[in-house]
Write a protein that binds this ligand. Structure first.
Ligand SMILES: O=C(O)CCC(=O)C(=O)O
Length: 290
């Protein structure tokens, strides 16, 4: 009997280098499709129908942030992007009702007619463009103020030491702050701390009508904001935010490349009904010595 050869019944096929390369390509394509389907990979430049485009205010993003350990059950704390030019964000329920009342009561006995900075001299002067009254609180003056200042620093990613003291502001019916920039045009005011880079404006009260913070130079179709029908005539002159007790508005006066951002022009619309209490924290590029 003839011995059986060791050959397989199937003819042996030696893969050519091109077949091997093709097989590897197919495998990687398949793997890529799986990762895309799982959302682990994305195609550069592609946007999902849900992702916001710059200037598209019709798709306001709701980014929930971690609830802090200080959560007092007074409403969810979450951050909303309201504009990319200027870069502006609202932190809902940033302050508790008690903190708002605390700041108002600290400021109330010391309110004086607000002033503006004269860009020629760098000195504070009385002006018809700003008719509110206000007062400054020393930075870190007590534990509650320190907590708030720390929260502002965490929100803006700017150290507490770069902040000026909190300003408490009060607007009565008819009072306003005409559109202006927070950055300085003079050298005198930038000696300590450099330029103002960003502002956090906290609303300490609701306002029945008017009193919106308006950005008249904001880019995008600002009439798309969901609260458009609640705005005053002044508020409809730009991207506007209605004051809501406890909410904080963060906006940047400087671009990421360090240039000044003219789209940060902003003002406080006249109060039509009610009272507006707010508190402003201006933050500098460098440490602000107090
Ligand atoms: O009261 C507002 O809404 C605006 C206040 C403001 O512009 C400021 O404090 O710089």
């Amino acid at each position: 009997m003839a011995a059986k050869g060791r050959h397989s019944r199937f003819p042996s096929r030696k893969s050519s280098p091109s077949t091997l390369a093709f097989t590897i390509l197919i495998m990687f394509t398949f793997l890529g499709l799986i990762l895309l389907a799982l959302g682990i990979l994305s195609i550069p430049g592609s946007t999902s129908p849900d992702s916001p485009r710059a200037h598209d205010l019709s798709s306001i993003v709701h980014d929930t942030v971690d609830r802090s350990e200080e959560d007092d059950g007074e409403g969810d704390r979450w951050v909303e992007v309201i504009s990319w030019e200027p870069r502006a964000f609202v932190y809902h329920n940033f302050l508790s009702k008690d903190e708002c009342e605390y700041l108002i009561n600290l400021g109330k006995p010391h309110m004086k007619k607000s002033t503006v900075v004269d860009s020629a001299t760098g000195k504070s002067t009385d002006s018809r463009v700003r008719t509110s009254s206000g007062t400054f609180l020393n930075r870190g003056r007590d534990k509650i103020v320190q907590n708030i200042e720390k929260r502002i620093a965490d929100f803006a990613f700017i150290p507490v030491e770069h902040g000026e003291g909190l300003q408490i502001l009060h607007y009565e019916v008819g009072q306003k702050y005409e559109p202006h920039f927070d950055y300085f045009a003079d050298e005198f005011n930038t000696k300590n701390g450099g330029q103002r880079i960003a502002t956090v404006l906290m609303y300490l009260s609701d306002v029945e009508e008017g009193g919106e913070t308006v950005f008249p130079a904001a880019k995008g179709n600002y009439s798309f904001v969901p609260w458009w029908n609640e705005l005053s005539e002044c508020g409809k002159g730009g991207l506007s935010l209605k004051p809501k007790r406890g909410d904080a508005l963060l906006f940047w006066s400087m671009n990421p490349d360090g240039t000044l951002d003219p789209s940060s022009l902003h003002g406080g619309c006249p109060v039509i009904k009610g009272n507006k209490w707010s508190s402003t924290k201006w933050m500098r590029v460098n440490e602000y010595k107090v």
